[in-house]
Design a protein around this ligand. Structure first.
Ligand code: HEC
Ligand code: HEC
Length: 165
């Protein structure tokens, strides 16, 4: 059986369908989204992004908000390269370098693979440090919170503020 004549008919039907859909489609509503870190605006507006704050650069380690927290990075990391060939963070934080760099060694958990086998060096799943560790800036909080350090809770007082950031 020859099906060739059907092809133009099918295409014509499809084209009409697509055309009618596009003609009747609602345009995106011009209602602006809610304001977040930057003002909401509509989908078609391109509003200026807030200025990036300078990162805090300090030589003091920060208090962790809870014991398992990846500690935040106290120093600047601008232009530190991390790729397959080199890892700037490990130049200082790997075990063998800590004597010279004075940096804290990566945690023993960073040597373990997902089966908790301890490897000789950093496990691949911990290679990209900034998946978990982040530098800080003194930008105002974009979302307020009422977090309290557990030590403050244990003391049962409300007068002291948590040190954690
Ligand atoms: C030039 C050496 C050097 C490099 C490179 C470096 N660090 Fe550090 N890092 C330090 C030192 C030294 C400290 C201890 C605090 C201080 O003196 O700033 C530290 C502290 C830290 C801490 C805090 C640890 C804690 O227990 O509070 C984290 C997290 C950290 N670095 C992550 C990184 C990451 C991620 C990179 C790569 C993007 C990096 N560092 C690159 C030297 C370095
Ligand atoms: C998957 C998340 C993750 C990645 C990736 C990661 N870390 Fe961590 N890191 C943590 C957590 C969570 C802790 C705190 C608990 C612990 O010790 O495991 C920590 C602790 C640390 C500490 C403190 C160690 C101590 O004994 O005080 C340093 C320094 C550190 N990490 C550096 C690094 C560096 C450098 C890299 C990249 C090579 C890296 N981390 C990659 C999650 C991560």
């Amino acid at each position: 059986m020859n099906r060739k004549p059907f092809i133009p008919v099918v295409s014509a039907v499809l084209a009409t369908l697509i055309l009618s859909l596009s003609v009747h489609a609602e345009p995106y509503p011009p209602t602006p989204g809610p304001d977040g870190v930057r003002p909401g605006g509509t989908l078609f507006e391109s509003l200026p992004a807030p200025e990036i704050k300078d990162p805090v650069d300090s030589d003091t380690r920060r208090v962790r908000a809870y014991p398992e927290q990846p500690p935040t990075i106290p120093h600047t990391v601008r232009d530190y390269q991390v790729d397959t060939n080199s890892n700037r963070c490990l130049d200082c934080h790997t075990r063998i370098q800590t004597g010279v760099s004075g940096a804290p060694m990566i945690s023993i958990t960073h040597f373990m693979d997902r089966d908790f086998q301890v490897l000789a060096t950093v496990a691949p799943r911990r290679y990209f440090c900034m998946q978990c560790h982040v530098p800080q800036s003194d930008a105002p909080l974009s979302v307020q919170n009422t977090f309290k350090d557990v030590d403050i809770l244990l003391r049962g007082t409300d007068d002291a503020e948590g040190e954690a950031q």
